[in-house]
Design a protein around this ligand. Structure first.
Ligand code: SAH
Length: 211
């Protein structure tokens, strides 16, 4: 799986600006046991570079996209990260291998509870999962050094931008549901000025408006 991700990095280099996985991300991708987070019956497919269904109409993202999203926030051990869209818990686990603390929000309670349980069984003590609406972020735990959004929003949710630390980075797919979206890297500099860079066309499930 790691070799396939490396090959995809090489193929997409012109778009992403990244020739190879960083050593930190590579180590995390090699370590996280994806077969423990895919749905029952899918274990044989766990280490292919493909998304897979996890129930409730949702998917565990393609490993390449997880690696790329993680690299794009430039993760480091001191960081506190927010993930929006826990799903299977895989992206949260990859982040948790590198950063100090991961907070992850999932809208669908059965998915969030299942992911939290499995992540706990796998020994991740630095991941906290909450059931809630990712559009609102997690104000009680903000601000965040990095935010990884794993479902597509029509535009950058203002609450998430507000909860990003100066100097922080957010990765988010932006665009209409069912269409190809743009994976954006959003940066906030020390003075609070926000900039964005388009990285890659992607296809994510929608970030559903919470009630
Ligand atoms: N990061 C996941 C991929 C999950 S797919 C993984 O590694 O497996 C996107 C997830 O976002 C789905 O589980 C979906 O239920 C969730 N989601 C959709 N809208 C949401 C919202 N408003 N707030 C939080 N989670 C949301």
């Amino acid at each position: 799986m790691v070799a396939e991700i490396e090959a995809t990095y090489a193929d997409t280099r012109a778009l992403t600006g990244l020739a190879a996985m960083s050593p930190r991300v590579r180590a995390a991708m090699a370590k996280v046991e994806r077969h423990r987070l895919v749905a029952a019956g899918q274990q044989a497919l766990a280490y292919r570079n493909h998304p897979l269904p996890i129930g409730h109409g949702q998917t565990i993202s393609q490993p390449y996209i997880v690696a790329l999203s993680t690299d794009l926030i430039a993760p480091a051990p001191h960081m506190v990260a927010l993930e929006v869209g826990t799903g299977s818990g895989y992206q949260a686990a990859v982040l948790a291998e590198i950063v100090k603390q991961v907070y992850s929000i999932e809208l669908l309670a059965p998915l969030g509870h299942e992911a939290a349980l499995r992540l706990k069984e796998m020994g991740y003590a630095n991941i906290e999962v909450r059931i809630g609406d990712g559009y609102q972020g997690w104000p009680e735990r903000a601000p965040f050094d990095a935010i990884v959004v794993t479902a597509a929003a029509p535009s950058i949710p203002p609450a998430l931008l507000a909860q990003l630390k100066p100097g922080g980075r957010m990765v988010i797919p932006v665009g209409a549901t069912g269409e190809v979206q743009r994976l954006l890297v959003v940066t906030k500099d020390a003075g609070g000025t926000v900039a964005q860079r388009e990285v890659l066309p992607v296809r994510f499930v929608p970030l559903v408006p919470g009630k």
